[in-house]
Design a protein around this ligand. Structure first.
Ligand code: PLP
Length: 441
């Protein structure tokens, strides 16, 4: 049984051991990480030093100072079943006794076969095909290559506020912050058009006007979209958005690529948010939660969209040493079985609705909270006061034993993605902690 305990903070976080390890790391890791912390500290007046994790079990994390937290960030939303879920741990151990690495596209492992067969069944039409990857960015790269190969067109329509990973292919289409792209702009795909991501009916019309204008140009091979913005701050678009994109793609003979790396596998209350919203994508990207905490991703496409890979001329033009790693495949099969067997997408939907109402009730009348929004167990709490306020509320929650992240272009949205099996009682306790943290001077 995985752990579902309340926080137990013994030393004000970050404690001395966390501070010592973080300072040592700052001397050896990429300087952009400590630079970001310094900038956050300067802008918010808060101490931005991190806690250092040492153990995880279920919804709980222990830091090196032995403080216990409830993990509402859950590995950037990737720990659908919490830390080290039993079923996945058993599958990893069993696989580790047998085989760690096969030979990719030359000689696959038996467990890769099992995973691919299971993944194509997530796609609503028969004869879907899958390309495995290690990271979310790998899945998006494979999807964008699929569109280029199928349509012969390099153009991509993407959205402001969206995040697709930071390797070169996805980065070109990452609308969350222009600063991610700017230093590398020369090396990126120059055929990307950004449309606004709609959050209401008025912005929906503006978004679709931009999409239609871009696809009318004739060079667009893919419309790449998150069905709900994740890192962009849990923005749920109006109901007609995905179907309207589907129709625009059909008219332009472009592929609709849904990046479900955050929304998929039950996180947003459905196996695939796009399908639940009434649109069948040509290609779907999955990642994050797929490996139950281990890195593995998948790009799944319809038979029609994926046929171009087979027609290319008998060379494997997209592969990598660790794609389809047996241990990670075993973790993914066990994760999918557990999510399915415990009906966690439906639970996330039900529990998420109740939780959002409680969060709204608990924060009504408190100054500083603009909106509670989301779907399933991807919930955003939009704060007044910009990114500095996001940092300070996050730090207050941390000092009470709750780990949360901020999202949104300004960093002013608390982004809550707890494990899908988190106890109701912890979700209730979080509502009180949040109200306290927001109300504190
Ligand atoms: N797509 C979405 C929607 C994401 O949220 C992320 C990561 O947060 C990615 C792609 C990239 O995934 P990764 O960080 O595993 O490359």
């Amino acid at each position: 049984m995985s752990s579902q305990a309340l926080p137990d903070v013994r030393v004000p976080p970050p404690g001395p051991r966390s501070r010592e390890l973080a300072s040592r790391l700052a001397l050896v890791e990429c300087p952009s990480v400590p630079a970001r912390r310094e900038a956050q500290a300067l802008a918010s007046g808060e101490d931005a030093a991190p806690i250092v994790y040492t153990e995880g079990d279920g919804v709980n994390v222990l830091d090196v100072d032995r403080n216990r937290y409830v993990d509402m960030a859950a590995g950037f939303g990737a720990l659908l079943l919490g830390h080290r879920p039993d079923a996945v741990a058993r599958a990893i151990e069993a696989q580790a006794e047998r085989l760690w690495l096969a030979l990719g596209d030359v000689s696959p492992s038996d467990v890769k076969v099992a995973l691919c067969e299971r993944l194509v069944r997530l796609y609503p039409q028969a004869k879907a095909r899958v390309i495995l990857g290690s990271t979310g960015a790998d899945a998006v790269t494979a999807a964008l290559k699929t569109a280029a190969l199928t349509t012969g067109r390099a153009g991509v329509v993407a959205f402001e506020g969206a995040y697709h990973g930071l390797s070169h292919g996805p980065l070109a289409a990452c609308g969350l912050r222009p600063s991610y792209r700017e230093p590398f702009a020369e090396a990126l795909n120059h055929h990307v058009t950004f449309a606004p991501y709609p959050h209401d009916e008025r912005s929906f019309d503006r978004a679709m006007t931009e999409v239609e204008r871009a696809v009318a140009g004739g060079n667009v091979g893919a419309v790449l979209v998150e069905p709900i913005l994740g890192r962009g701050g849990c923005v749920v678009p109006p109901a007609g958005f995905l179907p309207a994109l589907r129709a625009a793609c059909d008219r332009a003979e472009a592929l609709l690529v849904c990046d479900e790396i955050w929304t998929g596998l039950g996180r947003s209350g459905a196996w695939l948010a796009s399908v639940a919203m009434g649109a069948l994508p040509d290609v779907v990207c999955l990642g994050k939660g797929l490996g139950g905490g281990l890195p593995i991703s998948a790009c799944i496409g319809s038979a029609r969209a994926m046929a171009s890979w087979g027609a290319h001329g008998g060379t494997t033009i997209h592969t990598a040493t660790h794609f389809g790693s047996p241990v990670h495949c075993a973790a993914a099969v066990a994760t999918l079985e557990a999510v399915d067997g415990r009906a966690l997408p439906a639970r996330a939907q039900r529990v998420g609705e109740m939780w959002m109402s409680r969060l709204r009730e608990r924060t009504t009348g408190l100054s500083g909270v603009r909106e509670v929004r989301g779907r399933g167990l991807m919930v955003g709490v939009a704060l007044e006061g910009g990114g500095a306020r996001g940092v300070s509320v996050t730090r207050r929650l941390l000092s009470r034993g709750w780990i949360v992240l901020t999202g949104g272009a300004q960093g002013d949205v608390l982004t809550l993605t707890p494990p899908l099996d988190i106890d109701d009682s912890l979700l209730d306790a979080f509502c009180d902690a949040l109200a306290d943290a927001v109300a504190a001077p």
